[in-house]
Structure formats: structure tokens, C-alpha cells
Design a protein around this ligand. Structure first.
Ligand code: FAD
Length: 288
């Protein structure tokens, strides 16, 4: 089996300490030759400037293709397109285009009076500029706001038809969940790559809370396994083993790309990548 192509997602640091942590994480993961790295955009657009700074700094310092996440929340169309334009001017030509969520506890998505109504409008406007490779989000267990799985897949098709070329999925815990979704996408006539989002589990309590919020189901066996591993102090071992097994099952089913949610921590993602045969690519000039 050939090693997968990989990509890594980071969030923008909000303190000096967090900046150092991101830097250390990138130093460990960048040598593995990701296809791209991406930087999230805080809920409600709260990290607009920080995301911009992280994206442009990573673009300048790593030489890797960097994708900027961009949402429609809390901004006029003009403001959103200005952000995109400033990326293009800085030489950044990849965007993960999302509708986005408002800040926690402020209810559902509300269109800004002069803003984009939904992700399709944002994608079309960005595609019209002709400046970007566009990726979108996808939901193997359906988005919590979708009426049903079929409507959710149809909406994903509309997003891709609007000008996106790939979808990155929400995380999930069982390969079967992704494979069923991939089949449903194919049945709906989607031909663009659907890339599984992989979350190495750093902190089980936090992941459980996050899963509930975003509609990712937690199998009982996984909860029991982590309860026991935490009691025995070997949760990192379990996390690495389970994540590697999940990725391996996906690769056996023909998946070629994996998108890792790193949460700005390098260890588990690095260990899983190594186990899958993705190792640092040493530059010849460094060994000569
Ligand atoms: P959409 O897919 O446009 O909408 C979500 C669902 O609602 C759809 O699947 C569809 O079923 C339904 N829907 C919405 N509009 C319509 C419509 N007009 N007609 C019919 N159905 C509709 N959030 C952030 O704030 N910042 C980030 O950086 C970020 N990065 C993400 C990266 C990935 C890979 C993923 C999967 C999610 C990310 N999110 C991020 C979370 C995302 O913003 C939320 O899940 C948000 O609620 C939906 O955004 P979306 O673009 O996927 O929405």
C-alpha cells in the first residue's frame, strides 16, 4: 500500500506561547511534505486578523501551500472579498470556503444584512475571481442543521458545482461512517475528491464535548476504551493505535488523502503519519 498524501490543519495562535507551540508543531510536521496546510477562522470571524497573520507568516516561512479558511459570518460581502483579495495579493491562492458559525451561545447562523447568505454564494463569488483553489466542508454524519442525509449530500454537490474542487470532512470515529458517505456522494453524482478529516485524540474529555456539539457520534466501545486507558495512563498509546487503524482501514478502501486536525500539537499526528509510512523528506542539500 502506498503512503497517503496528507494535509494538516492548524488554528491561529492567540498568545506568544501559543505562537511558539504552533511554530514547534509546524517544524515537526512540515518535513513530512503535506500537500497543503490550512489555518482556521475563529467562530464568528473572531480571529480574522490572527488568521490572516498566521496564513501569511506560514506562507512566507514554510514555503508550503497554505489554505486560508474563510467564513461568511459577521461580515459584508465586500469585507469578505477584500480578505480574499489580500490573500491573492500575498500569493496565497487556496481557500477553505465555509458558511461558518456565530460565536458560541449566540444562536444559529444569521446572514449579515450586506453579507453572503450561505456558503454557495461565497464559493461562487470566490470562484468568479478566478484566483483560488477552493475547498469546502462535508459532513459524513450530516450537518446538525441538515434535514436529512440526502439533503446534506445534495447541498454538498451544490457547493462543489459552485466552484469548489474538493471537500474536507468533519471528523468521525469509524471508517464505515466515511465509506457510507463516500458512496452516497458518488450516488449523487459527486466526482470531486472527498477527503476524510482525521482527529488524533489528544484529550478524550474535550473531544467528547466537541463531538456532541458538531454531531459526530461516539461509539460506546470508544468511550469504554478511553475510560480504561485514562485510568491506566496510556491514552496517548490508545489514541495513536486507534487513529492509525482508522486511517489504515480508509487507505485499504482506496482513500488516497488524509486531512489531519492537529490542534497545534504535533506528536500524535506525527506518530500516526510515521506508522502509515509518511516520513520526513530529507532534502539532499541537508545530507550532502
Ligand atoms: P454549509 O455546508 O453551507 O451548511 C451546513 C449544512 O446546512 C449543509 O450541509 C446543509 O445541509 C444545510 N444548509 C445550509 N444552507 C443551506 C441552504 N441555503 N439550503 C439548504 N441547506 C442548507 N467553522 C469556522 O467558524 N471556522 C473554520 O475555520 C471552520 N473550518 C472548518 C473546516 C472543515 C473541514 C469543516 C468540516 C468545518 C469547519 N468549520 C469551521 C465549521 C463550519 O463553519 C460549520 O460546520 C458551519 O455550521 C457550516 O459551515 P459549512 O460551510 O460547512 O456550511
Amino acid at each position: 500500500m502506498t503512503a497517503p498524501r496528507i494535509s494538516f490543519e492548524f488554528f491561529p495562535p492567540q498568545s506568544l506561547e501559543a505562537s511558539f507551540r504552533l511554530w514547534d508543531t509546524v517544524q515537526v510536521l512540515a518535513p513530512m511534505g503535506p500537500r497543503f496546510i490550512s489555518v482556521t477562522y475563529g467562530a464568528g470571524g473572531t480571529t480574522r486578523d490572527l488568521t490572516h497573520e498566521a496564513v501569511t507568516t506560514l506562507h512566507k516561512t514554510t514555503g508550503l501551500p497554505v489554505a486560508a479558511h474563510l467564513t461568511c459570518v459577521n461580515a459584508t460581502r465586500e469585507e469578505t472579498l477584500n480578505i480574499a483579495n489580500s490573500y491573492a495579493e500575498a500569493g496565497i491562492n487556496q481557500i477553505v470556503a465555509l458558511r461558518g458559525d456565530p460565536p458560541k451561545g449566540t444562536g444559529g447562523f444569521q446572514q449579515h444584512p450586506e453579507g453572503f447568505a450561505d456558503s454557495c454564494e461565497l464559493i461562487s463569488a470566490l470562484a468568479d475571481t478566478g484566483k483560488f483553489t477552493l475547498r469546502v466542508g462535508a459532513y459524513p454524519e450530516k450537518h446538525p442543521e441538515a434535514t436529512d442525509h440526502k439533503a446534506d449530500v445534495e447541498w454538498l454537490k451544490r457547493k462543489l458545482d459552485a466552484g469548489a474542487t474538493e471537500a474536507l470532512t468533519q471528523f468521525f470515529f469509524e471508517a464505515e461512517t466515511f465509506l457510507r458517505f463516500r458512496d452516497a456522494c458518488a450516488d449523487a453524482g459527486i466526482t470531486a475528491p472527498i477527503i476524510p478529516g482525521i482527529l488524533p485524540i489528544e484529550n478524550w474529555k474535550g473531544v467528547k464535548k466537541f463531538s456532541t456539539a458538531c454531531g459526530t457520534s461516539i461509539p460506546a466501545w470508544l468511550d469504554e476504551a478511553f475510560d480504561k486507558a485514562i485510568r491506566d495512563g496510556r491514552q496517548d498509546l490508545l489514541a495513536t493505535a486507534l487513529c492509525t487503524e482508522l486511517c489504515d482501514e480508509l487507505l485499504q478502501e482506496g482513500v488516497e488523502d488524509l486531512h489531519f486536525y492537529t490542534l497545534n500539537r504535533p506528536e500524535l499526528t506525527r506518530d500516526v503519519c510515521h506508522a502509515l509510512g509518511v516520513t520526513p523528506q530529507v532534502k539532499l542539500e541537508n545530507v550532502a
